[in-house]
Design a protein. Structure first.
Lengths: 106, 129, 497
């Protein structure tokens, strides 16, 4: 039960409002579960490359997830409409695409 | 100038323009300067396309009466990129015009040209009471 | 030479120019917009399949010129396309027809809900339709880029024309990001032109697949151009990292305009994805990159949608997430999966238009889209509320609607290709979509009405109810007879593979 209380308190910290009703909290918890399950499942897709790599990456991901709970709120605050954040992710994506595709050369 | 590869220099300039434009997009705060810097990216790509048609010692690709067609095919520059770039330059100019018009309207609304003030509004999860 | 093919692009452009010219005359523009809106879907139905060579310039192998020197007639030069070619296939027919229906219903809802129709706004809608129709049909990469940039300007114009707050800031943000995405796409096209010597897609496919991929000097250049065109495709369709700005656009535009905007994004996605599949489909990297970004789009779209309190933003994030399913179809790479992905695209076009217009009626009544301030609207019009709920079920994949068919096909395709993890993620995302709708339906229609809710209008215009009803009927028909759409698409994909 205390995890739920921590969750609500961190929601209130990030978005200091007068009231949060169950729409926000249920949405945030649902997003949390979807994100954690999809990240772990898509890490399983790496088994086509190498099984040991998959195991290592899944263990690293589990550690990262559990040290950074709650993820959905952090993700929500990264994806607001501000120009700085959008431009940052756009340039990071361009950088990753150029380096992986050109120098990876698969 | 002998020994200078014109096409290589033009390609390097195009690459430099694109990189300068990307830096302007991220780092500059003044809105007008950012928009002018963004148009560098478009101009850099246009320069890249133009220099694809370069031919060392080539002639203008206009087939005049009295020319031998084999000689023409071997010596003329490639005419396709010039045609494409005309359209692309027009597109760049219209995009620039729309962005500057929006900058004018936003200046009247906010009184400042700083992008951190104008463009960084956040969406909130809770209610604005 | 089929002369009806350019008409599909020319008629909306002429209509757009006329509507802008007669912008002050309310009756005239309503009549012109209505007539052209009906003509467009009919025109796509009656046009026959075929190629159209602009200027009459066919490849030399098809024209009857004899006595050419051997360095032309026995090499690849004999088959090169010298001019812009438009190719009207069964895929183009299905997509442009559905887009025409969505545009007609959106314009119909707009014309009857506003007293004074705006000529410039209708100009933007028709130019947008023309640009995406040209993108679907064109066999020339640079022509597609030109219409892609026109579509970006049109989308900016549509946001500027809306009455939401912060719309100028959103429009400027979209243009700034577009000034990076568009030129990067053009750079990728220029690199393909440099290495293949032509911008015609059929020629590029021949040259790349026969010689350029095999040689180790040119293979990295082909991969680099794939990376740049892929980045431009991400911007055009609203995949991460551009999903935030795309959903921001859909939520700031007027609801009937948002349904046109999402149709434009979908057709751009499909047009460029088919081109990328034709040119780069043999690379393993193509499938890997498209799969990865589609999974990210699905998951990010639905998890952001679940946390929103503004229902227009909710539908916008959902529609961006549903496009991830379309990308999944291309990423899996088999004939069945691409057909499933394209069918999902058609369904998503219809259902998102239904939801935008249906929930736009709520904005029409109350001028707010914040679910915390709404409630009890089922008393205003029960049939509209039920139709919106059924539309939500269609998006989430409940039988017997069309969403169920296409999502089931995608899940089956993923299982057949040996990726069961993708099927599980797709099912999770569908469950989450269903959750979003139940939450939204309760907050808007069923919960007790707050006492301070003010109504700007008292009843929903009948044109909006009609538009939503027609779209719902199309959903049910496609759900019961999916062969109407999947058979034409599967023929074309069989020809590509």
């Amino acid at each position: 039960m205390s995890f739920y209380e921590d969750f609500i308190n961190s929601l209130k910290d990030k978005f200091s409002n007068n009231h949060l009703n169950n729409e926000n909290v249920s949405g945030a918890i649902a997003a949390e579960l979807i994100l954690i399950s999809s990240v772990l499942l898509s890490a399983l897709l790496l088994r086509h490359i190498s099984v040991i790599l998959t195991a290592i990456i899944i263990l690293i991901l589990i550690v990262l997830i559990f040290t950074n709970l709650p993820i959905s709120i952090k993700l929500f605050s990264e994806q607001d409409d501000s120009m700085d954040k959008m431009m940052f992710y756009c340039i990071i994506a361009l950088g990753i695409i150029v380096s992986v595709i050109y120098w990876g050369g698969i | 100038m002998i020994g200078v590869d014109t096409q290589l220099l033009a390609l390097l300039t195009a690459g430099a323009l694109i990189i300068i434009g990307l830096f302007a997009a991220i780092l500059i705060d003044n809105l007008i300067k950012k928009i002018v810097g963004l148009s560098f990216i478009e101009e850099g790509v246009n320069l890249f396309i133009i220099c694809l048609g370069y031919k060392e010692g080539g002639v203008v690709p206009i087939f005049l009466p009295g020319m031998d067609s084999n000689w023409f095919a071997l010596n003329s520059a490639y005419p396709l990129p010039q045609a494409l770039v005309l359209t692309s330059i027009v597109i760049g100019a219209s995009t620039l015009a729309v962005m500057l018009a929006l900058a004018m309207v936003l200046y009247k609304k906010y009184g400042s040209l700083s992008t951190s003030k104008i463009l960084n509004h956040k969406t909130d999860m809770g209610d604005e009471e | 030479m089929n002369a009806m093919i350019p008409l599909i692009v020319i008629i909306p452009i002429i209509a757009a120019l006329l509507l802008n010219l007669f912008g002050k005359n309310n009756k005239t523009i309503k009549v012109i917009a209505f007539i052209v809106g009906i003509i467009l879907p009919i025109l796509t139905l009656i046009t026959g399949y075929g190629l159209h060579y602009f200027g009459g310039h066919q490849p030399l192998s098809l024209s009857n010129i004899s006595g050419l020197p051997s360095y032309i007639s026995s090499t690849g030069l004999y088959n090169l396309h010298p001019a812009i070619t438009y190719n009207f296939t069964s895929l183009s027919k299905v997509f442009i027809f559905m887009m025409g229906i969505v545009v007609f219903l959106s314009i119909f809802a707009y014309l009857n809900s506003e007293k004074r129709a705006s000529g410039p706004f209708l100009f933007l809608v028709f130019m947008g339709t023309a640009s995406v129709s040209a993108m679907m049909m064109s066999d020339d990469l640079f022509n597609m880029y030109v219409f892609f940039e026109i579509a970006a300007l049109i989308q900016t114009g549509i946001i500027i024309a809306s009455k939401a707050e912060d719309n100028y800031e959103t429009a400027l943000k979209y243009m700034i990001i577009g000034s990076i995405g568009g030129p990067i796409l053009l750079l990728g096209i220029a690199i393909l032109l440099a290495i293949a010597g032509s911008v015609n897609i059929t020629d590029i496919v021949n040259i790349v697949n026969t010689s350029l991929i095999r040689s180790p000097q040119t293979r990295p250049i082909v991969l680099f151009s794939f990376g740049l065109i892929f980045f431009g495709w991400l911007y055009a369709s609203g995949f991460p990292p551009f999903h935030v700005i795309k959903s921001s656009i859909y939520s700031k535009a007027e609801p009937y305009a948002a349904s046109v905007l999402q149709g434009m994004s979908l057709l751009t996605l499909v047009a460029f994805a088919v081109v990328m599949f034709r040119i780069f489909g043999k690379l393993n990297l193509f499938k890997g990159a498209v799969l990865l970004i589609s999974i990210m789009a699905m998951v990010l779209g639905v998890s952001m949608a679940v946390m929103q309190t503004d229902f227009r933003r909710m539908i916008a994030y959902l529609s961006v997430g549903e496009l991830g399913f379309v990308g999944l179809g291309f990423g899996l790479g088999t004939r069945f999966s691409i057909t499933a992905g394209l069918f999902q695209g058609i369904n998503e076009l219809i259902v998102t238009a239904l939801l935008f217009i249906g929930l736009g009626a709520v904005v029409y009544l109350t001028n707010t889209s914040n679910t915390r301030r709404l409630g009890g609207l089922i008393s205003k019009n029960e049939s509209m509320a039920i139709m919106v709920l059924l539309g939500g079920f269609a998006m989430a994949g409940v039988p017997p609607f069309n969403g169920f068919r296409s999502k089931f096909m995608i899940i089956e395709a993923a299982l057949n290709s040996g990726f069961p993890e993708i099927s599980v993620i797709a099912i999770l995302v569908s469950i989450a979509t269903f959750f979003v709708f139940v939450k939204a339906f309760y907050s808007i229609y069923l919960k007790p009405q707050p006492t301070d809710l003010e109504f700007v209008h008292e009843t929903i215009p009948r044109s909006m109810v009609f538009a939503v009803a027609v779209l719902l009927i199309i959903c049910i028909v496609l759900g019961l007879y999916p062969g109407l759409v999947t058979n034409p698409i599967a023929e074309l994909i069989g020809g590509l593979l």
